[in-house]
Design a binder for this molecule. Structure first.
Ligand code: GSH
Length: 207
């Protein structure tokens, strides 16, 4: 059986989710740098795998899949703790995965692009401030949620921690002033201590 292939640069928050999940699962895989400065994602071969030209994509034998959260669900499917089958436990994990992809990460995107990927004279600081304020609202929700919980859905580490953890890593390393979030920071420190998070949590400074 051919080895799992993960297409995408590890500086991408969406690729990070996939490599962290694969590492938690102990999967053997080959990761191919592409997207951003590496290019490749605009080639006909790549567009045949993902017509959106975005990373990540996985190839698992003859099965090709894009959309990072769908990939995490696919890789973790059937794992008794990361992504359990029981509908309510699974829905709770799903809810936080959606919260990351439709809320927390989009809120940060403008601040991230301006502060990390735009030369200083070209930065739009008003837009950064709006993005920061929106992200703080999400960080406050997460911090409050984690006040009474070790992990996002309770006592057990799940795919929700991987996905939201990638967004939290980015938020906590953006070069801007943040409100203190003791519960979020305690949770992030625990995630950072997991060997499987290394490829993500060692990405400092952000690029
Ligand atoms: N909803 C998609 C979004 C994928 C996406 O926006 N990927 C970005 C990187 S985070 C990308 O491919 N950008 C173009 C590039 O890297 O060249 C997912 O979750 O996989």
């Amino acid at each position: 059986m051919s080895k799992l292939r993960i297409w995408g640069r590890v500086s991408s928050v969406n690729v990070q989710k996939v490599v962290w999940c694969a590492d938690e699962m102990g999967l053997a895989y080959e990761r191919i740098d592409c997207g951003g400065k590496f290019g490749v994602n605009d080639t006909p071969q790549y567009l045949a795998m993902n017509p959106n030209g975005l990373v990540p994509v996985i190839e698992d034998g003859d099965f090709v899949l894009y959309e990072s959260n769908a990939i995490v669900r696919y890789l973790a499917a059937g794992h008794p703790t990361l992504f359990p089958a029981e509908p309510r436990r699974r829905a709770d994990i799903d809810r936080w995965m959606e919260w990351q992809s439709t809320g927390f990460t989009p809120a940060q995107t403008i601040a991230f692009w301006n502060l990390v990927r735009t030369p200083e004279p070209k930065r739009d600081l008003a837009a950064v401030e709006a993005s920061r304020a929106k992200s703080e609202k999400h960080a406050a929700v997460l911090d409050k949620h984690l006040a009474g919980r070790r992990y996002i859905t309770g006592d057990v580490f799940t795919a929700a921690d991987i996905v939201v953890g990638c967004a939290a890593h980015r938020w906590l390393h953006l070069p801007l002033e943040r409100e203190p979030r003791p519960h979020l920071e305690r949770w992030y420190a625990e995630l950072k201590a997991r060997p499987a998070s290394r490829q993500v949590t060692s990405q400092v400074p952000l690029t």
